[in-house]
Design a protein around this ligand. Structure first.
Ligand code: ADP
Length: 616
């Protein structure tokens, strides 16, 4: 380019190169060679334009319907490339003024206005651009006839609608703004169009064009907005499907409750544990708030208060250490946007694992005890044969063999205890209740223990009240109950002591029951230990060191309770102990049906949510 180049050609060239930069910045990064090249060329052209103007400012104005350079119309606005026109329209720029010394970086910032969300001026200020200024107030005075020949009426109307003032308007901008501010969109447009032209046919055409354009733009905007909504909807749906499949595929039961402890959601595992379906349980309380001893209640109470206190602390205060940890570790608090607690999700992971381990232990014990018992039975049989033979021959090993037999019997009873206990735990202990003679039961139990009492020098007697009723019980298991009690009595009664096994109707204590008693005059049990001894693995200190597992009484009590009976004890240290087993009286054929359902051992029923939390 030379000095003599026509200024308009320079302007056109600049607008061309600037438009190219605007397009390329949308496609490439600012340091792309194509972008850089366009900016360098733009900067060079601005230098030439500035020189041609003797250093004066160079302004590009988009008036209502035409582009002006330094107030001189250059071309109609609808002839402008879209990207250039959009730069003006989107940012509501009317004039861009280039002062002397505009850099390529300044031009880059100007190009980037197209994608900038905020105010165009702010972007330039942010980027330290001082040689380019934007204005919405400067536009040139146009000769009407010249403008008419160059600009299409449609573009003029569009511009009029945009700026709120058309060429040749008589009212001041303020008055027009006041006027249209209270009008609906269509009336406001009519007002503006009316100011653009007095020709009614032309006005009609402009309105049609404007309406069509509005519609087009509305469709585009609505489409864009809908796309966002659809995307969000899809995301939420995906999240829900994911959350659902996570909930459903979890091995643990999961229940979500609201801040009042009402059930909101539960997975199939939780439904299985609860024995109900979500549809029925939804909205119901997870707990009865009167039972204050458990974790869930304290959790529900805590969140009910809606305070932001430390929930974990509250939980650990309320329940067993192990369970507190389990619940605490797996409890998520649900808060709303304001941070208010609206519910909780509890996954008793550890408790579930604990149950799994317990189940494995039970299976292991059942298998092991079974495996131990078979060889033991053979050993005992062999010992008995050998003992008989050696008794005949009066051999020296007779006493040793008898000791060995007693030891196998002890081992056998320990294995029986463990086996029964594991069956009880897993609910596999089966009872076959029938019309059973209380007298025969007491006698059978006592007789089977006679050899032992004799060898220990204890006097064993049986006393049955005449006419004692029959009981409705599993005979074999009831004999086992009495044997357990008698064997304890033998263990804790010294030589020379006595044990009495009896059966009475117990009319003055409890109607409808027959009472079996096992009374000894042994060491007795201290008052403070009397409650503990029915717990599993509890052996309280007694003078004599005796064997056993500490399971005997817990099994005995379970066997009694599961048959609808009760087990009590009276004891005085140093004077002896009496265990009393109350079993229901047999009431005839009619009642058998009622009891049939109680034949299978079932762990004590707990609320389903206690099972869910492993609280059983
Ligand atoms: P084990 O199977 O080890 O005997 P039990 O559960 O049968 O365990 O008994 C628990 C504890 O109760 C015993 O260790 C003993 O201290 C006490 N006990 C049970 N029966 C008697 C009794 N007749 N006299 C004194 N103490 C007894």
């Amino acid at each position: 380019m030379t000095e003599s180049q026509d200024p308009k050609t320079l302007w056109f060239n600049f607008l061309k190169i600037f438009t190219r930069a605007l397009v390329q910045i949308n496609l490439y990064t600012p340091d792309h060679p194509q972008v850089k090249q366009a900016l360098i060329e733009g900067e060079a052209l601005l230098v030439q334009i500035s020189d041609s103007l003797d250093g004066a400012d160079f302004s590009v104005t988009l008036d209502n319907d035409k582009l002006l350079i330094n107030s001189t119309p250059l071309l109609a606005s609808d002839k402008l490339p879209n990207s250039l026109r959009n730069l003006f329209l989107k940012s509501r720029i009317q004039t861009i003024t280039f002062s002397k010394g505009v850099s390529g970086d300044d031009l880059l910032a100007l190009c980037q206005i197209q994608a900038f969300k905020g105010e165009a001026k702010d972007l330039l200020a942010e980027r330290g651009v001082t040689k380019i200024t934007l204005s919405q107030a400067i536009y040139g005075k146009v000769d009407a006839s010249q403008a008419q020949s160059e600009v299409s009426p449609a573009a003029g109307a569009q511009a009029a609608g945009r700026t709120g003032a058309g060429p040749g308007g008589t009212e001041s901008d303020g008055n027009v703004a006041d006027k249209i501010s209270g009008q609906g969109l269509e009336t406001a447009l009519s007002t503006l169009v009316g100011r653009a032209t007095k020709d009614t046919a032309e006005q009609q055409r402009i309105m049609e064009i404007l309406t069509a354009k509005f519609r087009e733009e509305m469709v585009v905007e609505v489409k864009k907005a809908l796309e966002v909504v659809h995307r969000e909807k899809k995301k939420v749906e995906n999240d829900m499907v994911r959350a659902d499949s996570v909930m459903n595929s979890m091995a643990d039961g999961v229940v979500v409750v609201d801040k009042n402890g009402n059930i909101l959601m539960m997975n199939p595992q939780a439904e299985a544990i609860s024995g109900g379906v979500l549809a029925e349980l939804s909205g119901k309380k997870i707990v009865d708030l009167s039972q204050i001893e458990n974790q869930v209640v304290s959790l529900a109470k805590e969140i009910k208060s809606e305070s932001n206190t430390d929930i974990s602390t509250e939980i650990s205060r309320a329940g067993s250490e192990e369970l507190a940890k389990s619940v605490k570790n797996a409890t998520a608090i649900i808060q709303n946007e304001d941070g208010k607690i609206v519910g909780t999700v509890s996954i008793p992971t550890d408790a579930a694992k604990l149950k799994q381990v317990q189940k494995m232990q039970e299976e292991f014990i059942a298998t092991m005890t079974h495996e131990l018992r078979s060889p033991l039975t053979s050993i005992k049989a062999a010992l008995e044969i050998m003992s008989r033979d050696s008794a005949k021959e009066n051999g020296p090993g007779h006493g040793v063999l008898n000791t060995a037999i007693r030891n196998t019997e002890r081992l056998n009873s320990i294995i029986t205890d463990i086996l029964d206990f594991s069956k009880l735990q897993s609910g596999k202990l089966i009872f076959h209740p029938e019309n059973t003679s209380a007298e025969d039961t007491a006698k059978e139990a006592a007789e089977s223990m006679r050899a032992w009492t004799t060898s220990k020098g204890i006097n064993l007697s049986v006393r049955c009240e005449p006419g004692v009723p029959f009981v409705y019980a599993d005979r074999r298991r009831t004999v086992q109950v009495l044997i357990n009690l008698i064997s304890n009595a033998i263990k804790f009664t010294p030589q020379g002591g006595s044990i009495e096994v009896s059966a009475d109707a117990g009319k003055d204590t409890l109607d409808g029951f027959v009472f079996f008693s096992v009374k000894d005059n042994g060491c007795g049990i201290k008052k403070e230990d009397q409650g503990k001894i029915f717990e599993k693995f509890v052996q309280v200190a007694s003078g004599e060191k005796v064997g056993g597992t500490g399971l005997g009484l817990s099994i005995t009590k379970a066997m009694v309770v599961m048959q609808g009976g009760r087990l009590t004890l009276e004891s005085e240290p140093g004077r002896g102990t009496t265990f009393r087993v109350g079993m229901p009286v047999y009431r005839g054929q009619a009642e058998e049906g009622v009891f049939e359902q109680v034949t299978e051992a079932r762990p004590e029923e707990k609320p389903w949510w206690k099972k869910l939390l492993g609280m059983q």
